[in-house]
Write a protein that binds this ligand. Sequence first.
Ligand SMILES: Nc1nc2c(ncn2[C@@H]2O[C@H](COP(=O)(O)OP(=O)(O)OP(=O)(O)O)[C@@H](O)[C@H]2O)c(=O)[nH]1
Ligand SMILES: [Mg+2]
Length: 154
Amino acid sequence: MTKKCGHVAIIGAPNAGKSTLVNALVGQKVAIVSPKAQTTRTRMLGVALAGETQIILVDTPGIFAAQRRFDRAMVAAAWDGAGDADMIALIVDGRAGAGPKVEKILEGLKDRPERKWLVLNKVDIAAKEKLLSLTTKLTEKCDFEQIYYISAAT
Ligand SMILES: Nc1nc2c(ncn2[C@@H]2O[C@H](COP(=O)(O)OP(=O)(O)OP(=O)(O)O)[C@@H](O)[C@H]2O)c(=O)[nH]1
Ligand SMILES: [Mg+2]
């Protein structure tokens, strides 16, 4: 059997649930999860296994616009995580929707060469009608190969 390995960058606004998803896929708590925004401050790696395939998950800080110098380092770490990925998964909080932070990420994401997936998270607490209009809004701005609706927490 051929063994395969790929890098997946998990990006998204603060609090979208990126670390929760990485922990769920890895099956272990590798990244800190908290209700506070900007919990993840640097790039973190986790490895998930699907049969013979190794999926290296890159959890990134949820910050893409910076005022302060320390924040700028986090923005760099966030896009850096996407840098050598085979694909990028954009995680969006399905209840909070797409504010200026998500818009800013879409701007940077749309022209990137990597394969892109859209993952709408927190479907356990999001309103179903809102998820559909949110999907339309997001897919108008960026071309996604796949769209998923998930609850990383459950
Ligand atoms: N209800 C619900 N809550 C979730 C879900 N996924 C994550 N959360 C909660 O959302 C909050 C933020 O989750 P994190 O995984 O820390 O989010 P993050 O995107 O890594 O945030 P930063 O590291 O700050 O960018 C936590 O309180 C999680 O428990 C979900 O599917 N459903
Ligand atoms: Mg995090």
